[in-house]
Write a protein that binds this ligand. Structure first.
Ligand code: PEP
Ligand code: MG
Length: 589
């Protein structure tokens, strides 16, 4: 009779790939769950405000110390912690809490809790996953002030002296950035998701992480043996002997393959039949260039510039943008840097701009629509881009293009900007390539006309899938329908690539679809010229390209296009390329 199994399997969100097996270490974090409200008299207001301000100062000192101690590999993420420093004094939090103390005559703890709730709800209403995760940043910053207000101790991960797997209700970026790789094998949390900074840091550190497990901290006891499968989003508690053996083998295989693939990441991405592809990295901050270079990236295929506008009280000025763009261009030269102009949402919480109320922000005043409505903001950025283009191989990319008119209007503004730079006698380069992002079906349908206007296309599959299939990309209730291998998406991409080839312009792909190896035979078969992705995915994709023949993939596409469902297409890819693909590393699920 088989023995009764005692192992427990928990399913969460696959946040950073890899497998680790080890002892659980429950992070004992003192939180402030219950906040009392009490009234204060007029003469105590000054005192209460000062008490709040000193708690903020202590929180500030703690964060500054953490930033000073950040390790080399996480230097590029110190920006997130610096954002937390700025958030400490943010109007919405700091200003509001002081306001509440003064106007409602209540204690500082209550005022802080109120201000936090209001600030968080503003971010929670935003569809964009990155901006939504800002709500967690507010929470982390507020928790730090609160701990200082009531005198609770802070968790110090850097003092853990055994080799363990962290189990926490939630981990802030500040806490995660204290992780020492020789001690911490991986971590799991009840809260959080893939778009959170904590998960981004885990991927940078390349340690397995599973988040959003709900009640892992209640199920798992200190020192229990756990298996973390960060690629599948699984945690196995008290595993059976058999499970342990299986995962031990899997983890060894994973480590060997990963080391091998990383070693070869500098080799060109030349297909088995000799076609050369350019593989570039997506970045959000200039510091991420290091990760692109370390993983064999051959340029920046998508520089998401909106991040330089966030977590601050005012818009960056031309000089600041110019310095950042120039730095990226110079560091990457002669490789290309494709700078995408601002892709912000209409209801984005950036001070100084009256954001419209939108019931459907994904279909609202975002990206190029926003920029064309606010030409002064657009011009400031365009001046900085054209100036940086004098110092490297810079290309410009226009997001959310829905038709030719937006491109024509943008070109008019770009010409005006060039004329103003000429007048100011500043070095600039107007002769840069300008591309359109193809992420709205209307742009794909108009590809022939658009190709006459721009120098290249870049397919943004994250949005193209959303708008083609009418699936909100951040709505978990319809997430099961979100599939880039849907035949409608593939037909649209085919139309774009075929048209681009006829018109002799190149087609890049910079959405997440490009980073999943299962999609690769299809993308090569469709004829995409260059790919851009999260830096950590580059080695596996380059490695896989070397194993696939483009000629074979083109023939294979004929069968793919006969299929009528994503499920059938996945099955066909697995049947035809299963052996090759199973040797790849699924860096991103
Ligand atoms: C996309 O839509 O695929 C894309 C790359 O842009 P973003 O994810 O920034 O919207
Ligand atoms: Mg997009």
């Amino acid at each position: 009779m088989p023995s009764k199994t005692t192992e427990i399997i928990l399913k969460g969100i696959a946040s950073a790939p890899g497998i680790c097996i080890g002892k659980a270490y429950l992070v004992d974090k003192e939180g402030v769950d219950v906040v009392e409200k009490y009234a204060i008299t007029d003469d105590k207001v000054k005192n209460e405000v000062n008490r709040f301000k000193s708690a903020v100062t202590r929180a500030r000192n703690e964060l500054s110390d953490i930033i000073k101690g950040v390790s080399e590999e996480l230097r590029q993420h110190a920006g997130i912690l610096e954002t937390h420093l700025i958030l400490l004094k943010d109007k919405m939090l700091y200003g509001k809490a002081i306001d509440i103390i003064k106007t409602e005559l209540v204690n500082a703890e209550w005022a802080l809790r109120e201000a936090t709730t209001q600030a968080k709800s503003m971010f929670n209403d935003i569809a964009d996953p990155y901006l939504k995760s800002r709500s967690t940043d507010i929470e982390h910053v507020s928790e730090r002030i609160m701990r200082n207000l009531v005198g609770c101790k802070d968790v110090n991960i850097s003092t853990i002296d055994k080799r363990v797997i962290l189990v926490a209700h939630s981990l802030s970026p500040a806490e995660t950035s204290q992780i020492q790789l020789e001690k911490i094998m991986g971590f799991i949390t009840d809260r959080g998701g893939k778009a959170s900074h904590t998960s981004i840091i885990a991927r940078t550190l390349e340690i397995p992480a599973v988040m959003g497990l709900d009640h892992a901290t209640r199920v798992i006891k200190n020192d229990s043996i756990i298996i973390v499968d960060g690629s599948e989003g699984l945690v196995i508690v008290d595993p059976e002997e058999e499970t342990l053996i299986k995962y031990d083998e899997l983890s060894k295989k994973y480590a060997l393959r990963k080391a091998d693939i990383l070693r070869k990441s500098d080799l060109p991405a030349k297909s088995a039949d000799g076609h050369l592809f350019t593989i570039m990295g997506n970045i959000e901050l200039p510091e991420e260039i290091v990760a692109v270079k370390d993983h064999g990236g051959e340029g920046i295929g998508l520089f998401r510039t909106e991040f330089l506008y966030m977590g601050r009280m005012s818009f960056p000025d031309e000089q600041e943008l110019f310095h950042q763009y120039r730095e990226v261009a110079e560091l990457m030269a002669p490789d290309p840097v494709i700078i995408r102009t601002l892709d912000i949402n209409g209801d984005k919480a950036i001070s100084g701009i009256a954001a419209p109320e939108e019931t459907n922000p994904a279909l609202g005043l975002r990206a190029i629509r926003f920029c064309l409505k606010k030409p002064e903001i657009f011009k400031t950025q365009l001046r900085a881009i054209l100036r940086a283009a004098a110092y490297g191989n810079v290309k410009l990319l226009l997001p959310m293009i829905s038709g030719c008119e937006e491109v024509r209007q943008s070109f008019k503004i770009i010409d005006e900007v060039a004329a103003s730079l000429e007048k100011d006698a500043l070095p600039y380069n107007r002769k840069i390539e300008i591309g359109a992002m193809i992420e709205i079906p209307s742009a794909a349908i108009m590809a022939d006309a658009l190709a006459d206007l721009v120098d290249f296309f870049s397919i943004g599959t994250n949005d193209l899938v959303q708008y083609t299939l009418a699936i909100d990309r951040v709505n978990r209730h319809v997430a099961y329908l979100y599939n880039p291998l849907h035949p409608a998406v593939l037909r649209l991409i085919k139309q774009v690539v075929d048209t681009a080839k006829k018109k002799h312009i190149r087609t890049f792909m910079c959405g997440e679809m490009a980073s999943e190896i299962i999609n690769l035979p299809i993308l090569l078969g469709l004829g995409i010229d260059a790919f851009s992705m999260a830096p950590q995915s580059i080695p596996a994709i380059k490695n896989m390209i070397r194993k696939i023949s483009v000629k074979g993939a083109r023939t294979f596409m004929k069968d793919v296009l006969k299929k009528t469902s994503a499920l059938d297409i996945v099955q066909l890819v697995t049947d035809t390329y299963g052996d090759i693909l199973s040797n790849g590393i699924h860096d991103q699920k």
